[in-house]
Each structure stands twice: as structure tokens, then as C-alpha cells.
Design a protein around this ligand. Structure first.
Ligand code: CUA
Length: 364
């Protein structure tokens, strides 16, 4: 008898007039949670500085996706959590079967149609944004080849038919840059978060992205594909400078000139690094990502610790280790671990300074 009573109570829970009250409660909870969720989603500063024109369309797309997806998420979780709480089993109901429900074709059509329409609309919008940001600008773009390898990026510019290599990315503000991205070994991913654009670097094929930098400054270049032990250290710097500064930097670079930071200096600041500053060369080439060197305050553990291997080495040996790292490998390290590009990317004057600096440090 007790069991039947409980069953009646159970039925009463689902009586039409009570059901309507539940719907109202659900609607109010869902509405409040949606408003809070959307407000938080739009108010939170999710991304780093927006430094490219493409970033505007992408950040707006993100906001629209937040506004559309938060209510959908809230609707589903609210109904699930509310049902778990409101219709939970009471003691003594273990043996009772739930009410015998049949499908409701109308509701099923509605809950299939609404997400389908939203999905199609959002995909179309995202597609339009993608086509928009991939479009070539009217004036000719600057061509830059970004080549990834374990564990560094090298950037190549063409000047009078010659390839000019740089370990740092310099781009002029306001001009579209057409990146051709390549890899020498495993898959890497060329990513400048401030530009909002990224693309895989895959050996054997060229991938491309277009970016129009709009904000002066320095922004991290990151590898976004797990590529080995030094993946997290595969970070460099993108310098967005005024066009005349960029031209000066590139001309200087092509001439194999002195200032390792370029004639234009940083953010128009004009502060060129003296050629004799070997520590600056060490920093600019991101040596510390892989090597430990107390004097420069770096603790990279990918390659040998320079604090340990440098003492006792003469300048010629140090120079050889930089430009031809495969010739002699420190014990416990694999051949090919260190990129063999530094002979090209570090210019002679800088290389002299770097070797001199490392010699001084080792002699201390
Ligand atoms: Cu290269 Cu991760």
C-alpha cells in the first residue's frame, strides 16, 4: 500500500499544472545563467593585444560564437541539472518504474531544427570571415618565408633576388605580409597570437597565411605543434615597425651590417644594439631557449649547459660549435639537435661578438 501512495505522489509531480511551474522555474534559471554567462564571456579579455587587421574580424567572430553558444550550453545543463535534482528518486521508490512516455514529434523537430539552423548560420559566418581574412590586398604583399626546424624559426626575405635570413621576424605596419611556411623536419606550427593567425609547417609542402600588422611593438612568435623536447622553447619575436624602419632594417640585414636590432631600432625608438654586444646577439638568437648560461640568466635544458661546456674551449672551437654544430657533438646529445642555420642567420660581425662574449664568460 505504501508503494502505491508513493507512486501517486510521483504521478502528481508530473501533473500538468505542476509541470508549468517547473517550466517557469527552469526558464528563469536559464535566463539568469545565460545573461551571466554572456556578460562574463564578452567581458573577459581572452586574447593578447590585437596587432593585425585580420584580428578584428576574428575577435568579433569569437564574441558572436560566445553569445550564441552560451545560452545553448546553459539550456542543456540547466534542464539536466534541474531534472536530476527535481525528479530524483525518493526512498521507497526503488522498485517503481517511471511514467510511460511516448516521443513528441513536434518537440523533436524543434530541438533538431534550432541547433541545425544555428550551426548552418554560424558556419556560413565563419566561412565569410575566413574568405575575408585570406583575401589578397590590392597592393603587392611583402613575401616572407618562415622555416621551422627543431627548435627555431628562420625568416627569409628576398632582396634583389637574394635570400636574406633573420632569426627575428620584422614586418612593416600597414602592409600585407604573405607568409610561406615550411618545415625542415617534423610538423611545427607558425603562430603569432597577436596576429590571430596560425598555420602548420609541414615538411615537403608550402602552407600560407596572410597578415596585415597594424600595431607597433614586439609580439611572441610561438610554435603551436608539439615537435620535440625543445617545443616550448621554440619562441621568437615578431617586431612590427614603421615601413621606413623596416626598409632600413632589411637593407642593413642584406648588407650584412652591424646593428643586430637593425638601423630602425625598436618601435621607432632608434636604439640599435652595438655590434660588439655579444650578449645581445645571444639574446636575439634565442640561444637561451636551449642553453643554460648563468651570465645571460638563461636556463634552457635542450642543449648542453654552456656554463659546463665552455670553460677550456678556444674561440675557434666555440665558433665551430655555432656555425657547424654537427661536427662535434657533446656527449649525451643527438646529432642534428641544434639547427645548422646560425652560420647564415648570424652575421659575421655579430658572430665575432658572440664568440668573444662566450669566451669572456668562460674565462671568468
Ligand atoms: Cu616546433 Cu613545437
Amino acid at each position: 500500500m505504501a508503494g502505491e501512495e508513493t507512486a501517486e505522489e510521483h504521478e502528481s509531480v508530473l501533473a500538468p499544472h505542476r509541470g508549468r511551474a517547473h517550466l517557469w522555474q527552469l526558464a528563469v534559471i536559464g535566463f539568469v545563467a545565460s545573461v551571466v554567462g554572456i556578460t562574463l564571456g564578452v567581458a573577459i579579455d581572452w586574447f593578447p593585444t590585437q596587432a593585425s587587421e585580420e584580428g578584428e574580424a576574428i575577435d568579433t567572430l569569437w564574441d558572436v560564437l560566445i553569445v550564441c553558444s552560451v545560452p545553448m550550453f546553459v539550456l542543456v545543463t540547466t534542464v539536466v541539472l534541474y531534472s536530476v535534482w527535481r525528479f530524483r528518486m525518493a526512498p521507497g521508490e526503488e522498485e517503481i518504474d517511471g511514467p510511460n512516455l511516448h516521443g513528441n514529434t513536434q518537440i523533436e523537430i524543434v530541438w533538431t531544427a534550432i541547433p541545425a539552423i544555428m550551426l548552418i548560420a554560424l558556419c556560413s559566418y565563419a566561412w565569410v570571415v575566413l574568405v575575408d581574412i585570406e583575401e589578397a590586398a590590392a597592393e603587392p604583399a611583402l613575401e616572407v618565408r618562415a622555416v621551422g626546424e627543431q627548435f627555431t624559426w628562420t625568416f627569409y626575405y628576398e632582396v634583389d633576388g637574394e635570400q636574406v635570413a633573420s632569426p627575428q621576424l620584422y614586418v612593416p605596419r600597414g602592409r600585407q605580409v604573405d607568409f610561406t611556411v615550411q618545415s625542415k623536419d617534423v610538423i611545427h606550427d607558425f603562430w603569432v597570437p597577436a596576429f590571430r593567425m596560425k598555420v602548420d609547417a609541414v615538411r615537403g609542402i608550402d602552407t600560407r597565411i596572410r597578415v596585415t600588422p597594424k600595431t607597433l611593438g614586439r609580439f611572441p612568435v610561438v610554435c603551436a605543434e608539439l615537435c620535440g623536447i625543445g617545443h616550448s622553447a621554440m619562441r621568437q619575436t615578431a617586431h612590427v615597425v614603421e615601413p621606413p624602419d623596416f626598409e632600413a632594417w632589411l637593407a642593413d640585414r642584406a648588407a650584412g651590417g652591424g646593428g643586430s636590432e637593425g638601423a630602425g631600432g625598436e618601435e621607432g625608438g632608434g636604439g640599435a644594439t652595438p655590434a660588439g654586444d655579444g650578449k645581445a646577439v645571444y639574446v636575439e638568437n634565442n640561444c637561451g631557449a636551449c642553453h643554460q648560461l648563468a651570465d645571460a640568466g638563461t636556463s634552457g635544458g635542450v642543449g648542453p649547459s654552456l656554463d659546463e661546456v665552455l670553460p677550456g674551449q678556444d674561440a675557434a672551437a666555440v665558433r665551430a660549435s655555432i656555425v657547424d654544430p654537427g661536427a662535434e657533438i657533446s656527449q649525451g646529445y643527438n646529432p642534428g639537435l641544434m639547427p645548422a642555420t646560425y652560420g647564415d642567420t648570424i652575421q659575421p660581425a655579430q658572430l665575432d661578438a658572440l664568440v668573444e662574449y662566450l669566451g669572456e664568460v668562460a674565462g671568468e
